[in-house]
Ligand binder design. Sequence first.
Ligand code: GSH
Length: 291
Amino acid sequence: MAASSDYTPPKVWTWDKESGGRFANINRPIAGPTHEKELPVGRHPLQLYSLGTPNGVKVTVMLEELLAAGHTGAEYDAWLIKIREGEQFGSGFVAVNPNSKIPALLDRTGPKPIRVFESGAILLHLAEKFGAFLPKEGGARAECLSWLFWQMGSAPYLGGGFGHFYAYAPSKMEYPIDRFAMEVKRQLDVLDRRLAESEYVAGPEYTIADMAIWPWYGALAKGWVYDAAEFLSVHEYKNVQRWTDAVFARPAVKRGRMVNRTTGDPSEQLHERHEASDFETKTQDKLAAAG
Ligand SMILES: N[C@@H](CCC(=O)N[C@@H](CS)C(=O)NCC(=O)O)C(=O)O
């Protein structure tokens, strides 16, 4: 393995140049807002500020599943946050998520708005609020939360580790690609073994654990992210493949995947969602046809 490097870290790291690679323009070593900008507020109790990335899709799938299950209180406005243009650093967004990352939710149901950030916390907030997609007690609840937190701890190795070095870094480096490919394949095997014994990740029922895991590992299994399906031999994980297809067959998952999506087929991009009918009338193909 080529392990040589001509880089010796200095005594103290300083931010004097862009790191290189895709998304380098939004990376910086400080938090807080870069500019003043209020967030828009729509008429529904739930205001979502997001983008159709795997972390964003978790929440739009949950909201569409809640509505499909008859929870009318889950009506929501989904606003687009263009992270490549730095909109996550606007003052209004930072007030809802001090970590400046999508998704962020403002729950305006009660007298005082409640902010919720981190996709796992948003799924849990909504599951508890509506009493849905999370077993009520005991071992079933613990199993669901364990897999939810497994996803939150594992996906950074997939996205920030493997995806970054395999697809986004300015050059291909064997050491980090090897290190993170090994870890991601181990994670796929964890899931595959679990799904050999269980229909859904947390048990016989579809839960927020599936909603958290599917946008990352289902997308990987389908070859939708990082163009890595062949490299990681994802077809070998048969149980992951079976589960990926079962989750994708759900109409609410198909809808949730369209919300705040800015890439791919225009008929599957609904940049903002304010009404259920927007799926029929406001996708990018329909807006273009309407002039
Ligand atoms: N742990 C966070 C991760 C969120 C996250 O990484 N969001 C990305 C898009 S998927 C983002 O907003 N990146 C913008 C940035 O890093 O400035 C969660 O699950 O909500």
